[in-house]
Every structure is written in structure tokens, then in C-alpha cells.
Design a protein around this ligand. Structure first.
Ligand code: AMP
Length: 280
């Protein structure tokens, strides 16, 4: 497995593969890898000749009061996980300047699907995500890129960005990987105390209960939102938002048509902000 610490190196690697007519699948991450990330890497292997992964904790997607400095990091552990998952190349910029050169003043903004939900609660977050993913796409020059539905709004933002900017890259979204008890895997789960880890189950429990309600005939978005809220309340989690939206436009729904709705939740478990979502 190759490890590249500079943009120049990863771009040269990609160019050489492209000259040989070989295809590249790309999985961008912020590291502290878990099964959710690894599922994307394994899926990538079946879809292209070579798999590239990036590991970069992107400062521009964190708000001033967020967890940038304490975000968990473990490059050595991540590299061995990538090796086991059959990754061909890891791009782990040695310095922020590899992606944000001195004087950097250019940003990418997706105006509609970035609004509401996490976009409203974390101002500037998706501008940071869209900007870094554009830079990573330019550095790695992949044919396709894989993202998790765990970050559902992010996936919609990146699909819109790729379409709007005519980027010749296929965006693939893959299902959320969960712990056995239902908790969506996340690098941030490492912040949870044992008590919080138990209470964090309220997110998935609420979402699954709402899914069951839809299967049983419930069509009211307000009732589904209430189902999730009740679980958060029962576990003393502080709601950031609960929303039932159209699965592609992310606009709020009043009534759910099965197959077209998405239910999303963000909540604080202690000081840790967790997100999760399901299709309806
Ligand atoms: P992150 O390192 O949190 O920026 O995530 C990198 C990629 O992994 C993104 O495409 C995420 O959506 C995806 N991802 C994170 N957690 C999960 C999960 N539990 N299941 C599937 N994909 C995930």
C-alpha cells in the first residue's frame, strides 16, 4: 500500500494509473476508521482497479465551538486497517497547507440541499465539506467516490455539487453500518462514557420505531418526528433537530409516501453530538 503525504505525489500516482487506462475509486475520510469506513473501502474494491483513501481532519468543516482539536486521530491504526481492507493508496496530507495553500480564498457552496438540518445547526459546515471534497477530487482524480448514508445530507450535497460542477466522477452512496445494538458507527462514539453509550441508542431506537409505524400505515410526518422525540426525551438526550424530509430535495414533508421520505435526527448525548437517519 502506498502512503502519500503530499498532493503532488497522489496526483502523480493517479495520472500514471489513468495513462494505463486503469480506474480509481476514492473514499474520503477524517480517519479514526471503523467498520462504516471499511465497508466503503471494500465496496470500492469491487468497483474499480485501484482504491484510494484520504485521511484528513478538515478544519473548514468545524465551527469555532466544535471538536476540531479533540477529534480522535490514530494514523498508524488507520493505515493497518486500510491495508487489511485491500486499499492501494492512502493520501494523508502531512500539512494542512497541502489542501489549503497559503492565501487560499476559494470555497464551494451548494445553496439548496445545504440548508436546514445540519446546515442550519452547523453554519459553514457544508461549505467546508464541499470545498475539501472538491480539492480532494482534484488531487486524486478518481472515477468514482463512495460516501456513507450515515451523513445523509452530506451525500445529497456532494451529489448536487458533482452534478452542478460537471465533475466527471460517479458518486456512490452506501448504507449506514451499525453496532449490533443499532447505534450508527461513528468516530465520535469514542467520546461516549459507558452511561452515554447506553443512552445514545435512543436515536436508532426512535428511527426504527418510526420505520415500523410507517410499515403499519402511519403517514403523518409530525407523528413520526414525535416518535423519535419521545425516545430522546426518555433517554435525556438534547434534541438538535428531528425532521422528516423528501429523500432527495431534503424539503420538509407533511405526509410520507413510502419510498420517498427520510427521517433524520441530531442530538447531544452529554457534549457529544450524534446524528442518524433512516429511509421511510
Ligand atoms: P468521516 O470520517 O466521519 O468524515 O466519514 C467518512 C465517510 O465514511 C463518509 O462518507 C461517511 O458518511 C462514512 N461513514 C461514517 N460512518 C459511517 C457508517 N456508520 N456507515 C457507513 N458509512 C459511514
Amino acid at each position: 500500500m502506498e502512503l502519500f503525504r503530499t498532493t503532488r505525489e497522489v496526483t502523480a500516482w493517479s495520472a500514471s494509473l489513468r495513462r494505463q487506462g486503469r480506474t480509481i475509486a476514492f473514499v474520503p475520510t477524517m480517519g479514526y476508521l471503523h467498520e462504516g469506513h471499511l465497508s466503503l473501502m471494500r465496496a470500492a474494491r469491487g468497483r474499480a482497479d485501484q482504491v484510494a483513501v484520504s485521511i484528513f481532519v478538515n478544519p473548514t468543516q468545524f465551527g469555532p465551538k466544535e471538536d476540531l482539536s479533540r477529534y480522535p486521530r490514530d494514523l498508524d491504526g488507520d493505515l493497518s486497517k486500510c491495508r487489511s481492507a485491500g486499499v492501494d493508496a492512502v493520501f494523508a496530507p502531512a500539512d494542512e497547507k497541502e489542501l489549503y495553500p497559503t492565501g487560499a480564498q476559494t470555497f464551494v457552496e451548494v445553496t439548496q440541499v445545504s440548508q436546514g438540518l445540519c446546515g442550519e445547526k452547523r453554519p459553514g459546515h457544508f461549505r467546508g465539506v464541499a470545498t475539501v471534497v472538491t480539492k480532494l477530487f482534484n488531487a486524486v482524480q478518481p472515477h468514482l467516490a463512495l460516501f456513507g448514508e450515515k451523513d445523509y445530507q452530506q451525500l445529497q450535497v456532494l451529489k448536487a455539487m458533482t452534478r452542478d460542477l460537471l465533475l466527471p466522477i460517479e458518486i456512490v452512496g452506501l448504507p449506514t453500518v451499525r453496532e449490533r445494538d443499532g447505534l450508527a458507527m461513528s468516530s465520535r462514539n469514542a467520546y461516549l462514557s459507558p452511561d452515554e453509550r447506553g443512552r445514545a441508542l435512543a436515536l436508532s431506537r426512535g428511527l426504527f420505531a418510526a420505520q415500523k409505524a410507517v410499515a403499519a400505515g402511519e403517514r403523518s410526518a409530525a407523528a413520526l418526528v414525535q416518535t423519535v422525540r419521545a425516545e430522546l426525551l426518555a433517554s435525556s438526550l438534547r434534541e438538535d433537530y428531528v425532521a422528516c424530509v423528501d429523500s432527495s430535495s431534503l424539503r420538509p414533508l407533511d405526509t410520507v409516501t413510502p419510498g420517498s421520505g427520510r427521517l433524520l435526527v441530531a442530538a447531544f448525548c452529554g457534549t457529544t453530538r450524534l446524528i442518524d437517519n433512516v429511509g421511510l
